[in-house]
Design a protein around this ligand. Structure first.
Ligand code: HAM
Length: 534
């Protein structure tokens, strides 16, 4: 038997009625707040997520469904310690490179030029200051491992050469003609989230010309996570984004508070009680730099007691240590400094104003200075809503401000804030109080044709009644009356309408109310009205 892929599931009736109920309610709420729907592709360039979400995040590092998949390149040759040789190729000068890295999403891949030249190439699609710093770390690590000191060179695709020279005029650069399979323009990923895609669309269509954009979207996302209750590899998000040029007021704390108040309204509206809004400010990049420095310092004496992921994060992006789920690491994480100690005046003011408005509109919240969220693009406000019914995966939604994301993707300044609700989790929480059966609309009437030639009469009647917004189910003339009644009963129909020769001749039909057993004869012209009466 062929089953659905691991971590995916079929949504079946009656549960789908709950999904429809949620989506209809959500669309109503979005309308009231002047949000409009945007639909973006469910796959995008791999590069979009690497640059947008951040290469050191779990999402990009471990969970992307990408094509070509990183696994495709695995072929261990064992010549470099602790890394996996992915693939070898020749550049336009006939030099042989061996790519050694965890995958295409890795911040960089190391390439060895030829087998005899003791030189090492750091290959990078996009060069930035952070990568340069990491190259130096790598060089140090090579020395620590006691390897022959390698001459470090940066290899970049031809189009990046100018940027590297600008960033570091002294570094040796080698521009590489990429083989097709390595060209990032050929690499696609099933979207793990939708903020990056929406900001890409904002830039591509110059949406700043419209002023402030308020978007929502509903659709599937994909993450290669270990499946469990509330965590799937294909899951659904209800996403909202407010983005525009600074002149449109997009960076105002009013927008943050509006988003949070909208969420409270939305959860109340769909019937989720007992949610908790958890709030923090993760500051701006300058605050983050100071915070990362402080974290590096705090981690230095303890990091060797932490998991390998944290050891790597401590070097590459210390903030991401807060994403660690390893139990044994938690006592160490508890002792680390928090970002709140590093907020500058502007960020602090912004945060205070958001909280003031929330208090004014009576939206309760709790603050958690360790909430940093698992995506790199956040600045200032970050938040999650949790719900008790969900157990370990208790974040029903998350979001925050991403004022620098447009620039990181090559666009103009476009402050923005948004959220994504995990729709699977929302429905799971809802099922606690509302069984799916309760929102399914059952048939109003089951039409039972009795005897040969009655199918066509029944079809005519069904067509008439359905025009009156009635839910009509149709039997078959081969069914005996008993079978028709049983079938109607099983599907929860309120009435059974008998269509036999006598009824057709008299243009009046036997209508049986299943709950009471009462049976009356109703002229054709009065049927719809009679059935509509509850
Ligand atoms: P996120 O926190 O990665 O944020 O995901 C948002 C929500 O999606 C989570 O709170 C959770 O309910 C749901 N979710 C995530 N992964 C899974 C999974 N594997 N299975 C089921 N549900 C899941 C974002 O995606 C950001 N784009 C939110 C955002 C929008 N920030 C600003 N704008």
């Amino acid at each position: 038997m062929i089953k659905s892929p691991r971590g995916t599931r079929d949504l079946l009736p009656p549960e789908t009625a709950l999904w429809n109920f949620v989506e209809a309610a959500v669309r109503d709420v979005f309308r009231a707040y002047n949000f409009h729907e945007i639909r973006t592709p469910i796959f995008e360039s791999t590069e979009l997520f690497a640059r947008g979400v951040g290469e050191e995040t779990d999402i990009v590092n471990k969970e992307m469904f990408e094509n070509p998949p990183a696994e495709l390149f695995t072929s261990y040759e064992g010549e470099v310690p602790d890394v996996i040789v992915r693939k070898a190729w020749l550049d336009q000068y006939g030099n042989r490179y061996t790519l050694v890295s965890q995958g295409l999403n890795e911040p960089f891949a190391v390439a060895r030029r030829g087998d005899l030249t003791p030189s090492m190439m750091v290959f990078r699609y996009h060069m930035d200051a952070c990568t340069l710093e990491r190259m130096q770390t790598l060089e140090r690590q090579q020395a620590e491992l006691g390897l022959e000191r390698l001459e470090l060179t940066i290899a970049v695709p031809e189009w990046e050469e100018k940027e590297v020279r600008r960033l570091s005029p002294t570094v040796e650069v080698h521009s590489v003609k990429l083989p097709g399979w390595l060209d990032p323009r050929n690499a696609f990923t099933l979207r793990p989230e939708n903020t990056a895609g929406i900001v890409r669309a904002y830039i591509e269509h110059k949406l700043w010309e419209r002023g402030l954009n308020k978007f929502f979207s509903i659709g599937p996302m994909f993450r290669r996570e270990r499946p469990q209750k509330g965590r799937y590899r294909q899951f659904y998000q209800i996403d909202a984004e407010v983005i525009g040029p600074p002149s449109s007021g997009s960076q105002s704390p009013v927008r943050d508070a509006e988003i949070l108040e909208l969420l409270a309204t939305l959860l109340d509206r769909v019937g989720i009680a007992n949610w908790t809004l958890v709030l923090n400010s993760v500051g701006c990049p300058a605050d983050r730099a100071k915070f990362n420095e402080a974290l590096r310092e705090a981690l230095a004496p303890v990091v060797d007691k932490m998991c390998v992921d944290c050891q790597r994060r401590a070097v590459t992006n210390p903030l991401r240590v807060f994403d660690c789920k390893v139990l044994a690491d938690q006592p160490i994480i508890e002792t680390l400094p928090t970002i709140s100690q590093f907020l500058d005046e502007d960020c602090r003011m912004h945060y205070e104003q958001v909280k003031e408005i929330l208090n004014a509109v009576a939206i309760p919240f709790v603050e958690n200075p360790r909430l940093v969220r698992g995506l790199d693009y956040y600045q200032k406000t970050a938040f999650e809503f949790t719900h008790g019914a969900l157990g370990a995966q208790n974040a029903i939604l998350g979001g925050g401000r991403y004022d620098g994301l447009s620039e990181a993707l090559g666009g103009p300044a476009a402050p923005g804030i948004g959220f994504a609700i995990g729709e699977d989790r929302l429905v799971l929480s809802l099922m606690e109080a509302t069984p799916a059966e309760a929102v399914v609309r059952k048939p109003d009437v089951y039409i039972a044709p009795l005897g040969a030639g009655m199918n066509r009469e029944a079809a005519r009647l069904a067509r008439e009644l359905r025009r009156h917004d009635l839910v009509v189910e149709l039997g078959d003339e081969s069914f005996r009356p008993k079978k028709s009644i049983e079938t109607a009963d099983k599907m929860g129909s309120r009435y059974v309408l008998i269509v036999g020769g006598n009824e057709v001749a008299g243009d009046a039909f036997s209508l049986k109310h299943l709950a009471s057993g009462e049976q009356v004869t109703v002229p054709r012209a009065e049927l719809a009205q009679r059935i509509s009466r509850k």
